[in-house]
Design a protein around this ligand. Structure first.
Ligand code: AMP
Length: 192
């Protein structure tokens, strides 16, 4: 199972992905988490990525695709993965397809999580307050840039997947449990 969770920053992709690892035995591949780990480990990639992330911009496609290729081919991912925060550009979506074809796989579901963007700032600030480790990019100024990048670079991949009939929409404004139930209905083939 290859599942993509798509939606603007702060919509709750990470929360839902983390739950699905427990309920479905899937592995969560979050490119944002991988990059933050590289920063924490002080690697060269981490040093390069930090300033880009702090500005709310996107890290280069080839770097991201390299990270995903390495993880996708590891044995723990054999049961399936939830892609959280990836792909974020058409190039990444195409690169993913190429990788999957080579592995005899394809994307099974794309779940677009929609949200009223006016409340995203509140959510992001809440996340910053509640989290032990405050993210440098969790502030309103960077959020605005990340939203702009989402609309310019990431939202255009929705039509790319719509052509393949793989996109389902979930209202991310609902309570976490209701979003989870809606995602479960989609994955169980009961939506609509
Ligand atoms: P996230 O945790 O998914 O919100 O990602 C935090 C930041 O990491 C983003 O604002 C980007 O700077 C970078 N990033 C994460 N995933 C990607 C990706 N797939 N492509 C490019 N940049 C990414």
């Amino acid at each position: 199972m290859i599942l993509i969770l798509l939606g603007p920053p702060g919509v709750g992709k990470g929360t839902q992905a983390s739950r699905l690892t427990k309920t479905r035995g899937l592995v969560q591949l979050s490119t944002g988490d991988m990059l933050r780990e590289a920063i924490a480990n002080g690697t060269e990639l981490g040093r390069k990525a930090k300033s880009i992330m702090d500005e709310g911009k996107l890290v280069a496609d080839d770097i991201i695709l390299g990270m995903i290729a390495e993880r996708l081919s590891s044995p723990d991912c054999a049961n399936g993965v939830i892609l959280d925060g990836f792909p974020r550009t058409i190039e990444q979506a195409k690169g993913l397809d190429t990788m999957l074809v080579e592995m005899g796989l394809s994307v099974n579901h794309v779940i677009e999580m929609q949200v009223d963007e006016n409340i995203l700032a509140d959510r992001i600030l809440k996340r910053a307050q509640e989290s032990e480790q405050v993210r440098d990019d969790d502030n309103v100024e960077v959020l605005k840039k990340r939203l702009k990048v989402y609309h310019e670079n990431t939202a255009p991949i929705i039509p790319y997947y719509k052509d393949g009939g793989k996109v389902s929409v979930v209202d991310g404004m609902q309570p976490i449990e209701d979003v989870a139930a809606a995602i479960d209905r989609i994955l169980n083939g009961q939506e609509g």
